[in-house]
Write a protein that binds this ligand. Structure first.
Ligand code: ADP
Ligand code: ADP
Ligand code: MG
Length: 500
């Protein structure tokens, strides 16, 4: 069995740091790569060694496959961890890495290939009786035929890029007369974003939930699932808030979804960490959407509820070790919620914002984890994903976890850049989220940007100062100090309650 002593992390930002933390605990040497935009950044200084790649655009740095492999050979690296995004789901890269005698920390290139195409994935799971969303199983080639199929399925339908990811390359068609135009757009978006114009049709599920299953498989055929993650709070078909477990999944449904996910993994001889995504309709029927063959952004919620370090397990699997635990040994230990802190303006359609992190103070306390890749004073580079951080909370049950998340958000101080923290606070306070009755349309249905809590700290302080001096003047000299204190605290509390 190969022992891994040195790993190059082919990524940047929070995920590169998160991976390296575990590797250092395991006594593994780490190599970071960086572009000009990340010179001197936290992931660079944290690594044991760091190598410069090139200019900021990904194509000239983080996506330079051959250069990354050459550097790995020169530095005698045993394995490459790709993180998420960038080269993580690139089968050609995984294959080249292996051909150069380096371990790719992920599944086999063939598994990546099959699951990287949504159409190939659906075909592959065919013999396992996995429920699929009604739709076409071939790319659309004939317009008339495609329209007939859409008519049969019934509008609204979704035109999807087979190679799609990150919520891109998807078009909703409400009625037949929009079909031609939406098809054209979907094809050109698929071509420009993914270099593959193949698109297909899926029934558009109304008010669905996105619920996914984390799986882990070793190279000896053992596969377990680590329960579900609820990822229905989304904008632009992309997740912003995730939690585990889901408020609507019963033990029986969990068992069925878990088994379906394991079968999806079996269908492509999967090993490593992976995620099987399902769309769930109003009656809680679930349908296979796709499989992500990598570590997921929201993996920390699963780490909290299972107590497993997914990166550690990924490395052990890559070394050829059998899984050290069985399905029956896995338990749900509590509840976890993740808020993705994006440099986006929730008051303005979640448009990306750029700028400097003028203030950046993290929240603290038991059950609070912040995975980030920035420090105070740093600029958010425009070249990469606009995610500043992930704030993850863990508590014994969902209700306590929501309260903890609110406290953590209130203890997180970011100025200089618009971000999604107050949006998450709005969600945590909203009845539909609290009751568990929500779906991917949460923002459309319930979000009122005008009711976002803005940063009150400054005027809150001014009002309190004025109030305090007023009370001080009014109160009798012998007991003013104590009663003032109580009054201020109480008025502050009432105000908070009203605003929240
Ligand atoms: P996750 O799938 O892990 O829940 P996202 O959907 O936000 O999270 O995707 C994770 C990262 O990978 C994001 O930076 C996203 O832009 C990127 N990404 C996902 N799929 C693709 C793809 N097929 N091509 C390019 N980038 C992708
Ligand atoms: P990506 O590769 O971009 O992640 P997915 O197939 O995983 O693509 O879908 C992303 C999101 O789009 C889902 O989480 C869901 O919100 C929405 N979506 C996808 N398919 C459907 C569908 N058939 N009906 C309704 N919503 C869908
Ligand atoms: Mg997806």
């Amino acid at each position: 069995m190969p022992k891994i002593n040195k790993i190059l992390i082919a990524n940047r930002g929070e995920i590169a740091l998160r991976i390296m933390r575990t590797l250092h605990e395991m006594g593994i040497m780490t190599v970071a790569i960086y572009s000009d935009a990340d010179r001197g950044g936290p992931h660079v200084s944290f690594a044991k060694e760091a190598i410069y790649l090139g200019p900021p655009p990904s194509k000239q740095s983080y996506l330079l496959q051959d250069k990354i492999i050459e550097l790995s050979k020169t530095l005698k690296v045993d394995a490459i961890h790709p993180g998420y995004g960038f080269l993580s789901e690139n089968a050609d890269f995984a294959r080249k890495v292996q051909e150069n005698g380096i371990i790719f920390i992920g599944p086999s290139p063939t598994s990546i290939e099959v699951m990287g195409s949504k159409l190939a994935a659906k075909k592959a799971v065919g013999k396992y009786n996995i429920p699929l969303v009604p739709g076409t199983d071939e790319p659309i080639s004939d317009l008339t035929e495609a329209k007939n199929i859409a008519h049969e399925i019934g509008y609204p339908i979704l035109i999807k890029a087979s190679a799609g990811g990150g919520g891109k390359g998807m078009r909703i068609v409400e009625e037949e007369k929009q079909f031609d135009e939406q098809l054209q757009r979907a094809v050109s978006e698929a071509q420009s974003s993914f270099g593959d114009g193949a698109v297909f049709i899926e029934k558009y599920i109304n008010s669905p939930r996105h619920i996914e299953i984390q799986i882990l498989g070793d190279q000896h055929g053992n596969i377990v699932h680590l329960f579900e993650r609820e990822c229905s709070i989304q904008r632009r078909h992309q997740k912003v808030i995730e939690e585990a477990p889901s408020a609507v999944v019963s033990p029986q449904m969990r068992q069925e979804m878990g088994q379906a996910a394991i079968n999806v993994a079996k269908a492509c001889n999967y090993f490593g960490a992976g995620t099987v995504e399902f769309i769930v309709d109003e009656k809680l029927n679930f349908y296979f959407l796709e499989m992500n063959t990598r570590l997921q952004v929201e993996h920390p919620v699963t780490e909290f509820i299972t107590g497993k370090d997914l990166v550690r397990v990924q490395v052990l699997i890559a070394e050829g070790k059998p899984l050290s635990f069985k399905q029956e040994e896995l338990n749900i230990l509590g509840h976890a919620i993740e808020t993705r802190v994006y440099a986006e303006d929730p008051k303005n359609n979640f448009l990306p914002d750029i700028g400097k992190l003028q203030t950046y103070k993290r929240p603290q306390g038991p059950g609070i984890r912040v995975d980030d890749g920035f420090e105070e004073g740093m600029d958010i580079p425009i070249y990469y994903d606009p995610m500043i951080a992930k704030l993850i909370c863990f508590a014994e049950d969902r209700k306590k976890c929501i309260e903890k998340m609110i406290r953590a958000i209130d203890g997180y101080n970011i100025t200089g850049i618009e971000n999604t923290l107050q949006f998450a606070r709005y969600v945590m306070k909203h009845d539909s989220f609290r009751s568990g009755k929500f779906d991917t349309k949460f923002i459309e249905k319930y979000f009122e940007p005008e009711n976002l809590k803005t940063d009150f700290s400054r005027d809150e302080k001014d009002i309190l100062a004025a109030l305090s001096s007023y009370i001080f003047k009014q109160s009798s000299p012998e007991n003013h100090s104590k009663s003032n204190h109580q009054l201020i605290k109480k008025s502050n509390w009432n105000k908070r309650k009203k605003r929240g």
